[in-house]
Design a protein around this ligand. Structure first.
Ligand SMILES: O=C(O)CCC(=O)C(=O)O
Length: 302
């Protein structure tokens, strides 16, 4: 592993106004060469040690769900158990990119997770939005998906539907159900505007996507693991929407509490931008409830 002292994740990377406008219009962006090869190696090896620790102490997630593990090997909040992962997850480099793209003055961590798509019977990460899984009343939370291997359509790179983050809040689909729930849920009109773009990239490059942007990854048809690490951020002020989630379940939060404190550490602070993707979604949730009942029924029909 490269010497820890040689790694400086706090060095920031400049973003242009055009990149910020692109993200806020389309709900995703790809940024190349955010990590150096040494930083990729440091992050990969730190994660490997964290995963090995979880396996050794039998704390790994999804042990009982073989179907889900065909989508990916996922472990949440590795920064809590490994100093090297913590340096990456709380880094100013990634946090400041997230803050600027979102347009807010203060960005906090929501959680990190490794998303390792293993070879051998791998399944696609079906089309979904992330936000419906998250216990939040506000939009703006978003993921940085860092490639730790070169990725393409053979081993499972991401795809996004530009602009889809402005289409509405859809029901959460069950990842790994293999039932193509989203395809069943969409109307003909929605299907016609569903035009994905594919994001092949080198290790050390990444994408950012808003929690409401539809995304997907092909199965890993290569012979090696496809290693990616996602850090998810939420604008300061995001309020808790009471529902089950592995990060908040142990916390005993009340509906409407602000997601703050050390678990949701501040990763970047600065001047706010003219526009941001941070909005209270309570009114949208209410007005879309009936629509979503209908979508849900379509999604679950055989
Ligand atoms: O890594 C994948 O295959 C899917 C990733 C994903 O759904 C996400 O980062 O939100």
């Amino acid at each position: 592993m490269p010497a820890a002292a040689a790694i400086d994740f706090d060095r920031t990377v400049a973003l242009s106004d055009e990149q910020i406008r692109f993200y806020q219009k389309h709900g995703y962006i790809q940024i190349h060469d955010v990590l150096t090869p040494e930083e990729v190696e440091f992050t990969r090896e730190s994660i490997a040690e964290a995963i090995e620790y979880l396996a050794r102490t039998q704390q790994g997630k999804h042990k009982g769900n073989p179907f889900y593990s065909k989508v990916f090997h996922q472990e949440v909040n590795l920064w809590r158990i490994h100093e090297g992962v913590k340096r990456y997850t709380l880094s100013r480099r990634i946090g400041e990119l997230a803050r600027q793209l979102t347009g807010v003055s203060k960005m906090r961590l929501w959680h990190d997770h490794c998303l390792y798509k293993m070879p051998g019977g791998s399944l696609a990460s079906d089309w979904h939005q992330d936000w419906p899984y998250w216990p939040m009343y506000h939009t703006g939370a978003m993921s940085c998906w860092m490639a730790l291997d070169d990725v393409d359509e053979v081993n499972g790179c991401l795809q996004f539907v530009p602009g889809s983050y402005q289409w509405g809040i859809y029901p959460a689909i069950s990842l790994g159900s293999g039932k193509k729930q989203l395809e069943k849920m969409l109307t003909e009109e929605e299907t016609a505007k569903f035009k994905p773009v594919t994001m092949p990239m080198k290790a050390g490059s990444c994408t950012f996507h808003d929690g409401l942007c539809f995304h997907y990854a092909t199965p890993n048809r290569s012979e090696k693991p496809r290693r990616a690490f996602a850090t998810i951020f939420q604008p300061d002020g995001t309020q808790f929407r009471k529902k089950g989630h592995c990060v908040t379940d142990p916390l005993n939060l009340n509906d409407g509490d602000v997601l703050a404190g050390e678990l949701f550490s501040v990763v970047a602070e600065g001047a706010p931008f003219e526009t941001s993707t941070f909005h209270d979604a309570r009114a949208r949730l209410k007005s879309e409830a009936l629509l979503n009942d209908a979508r849900h029924a379509r999604m679950n029909r055989e």
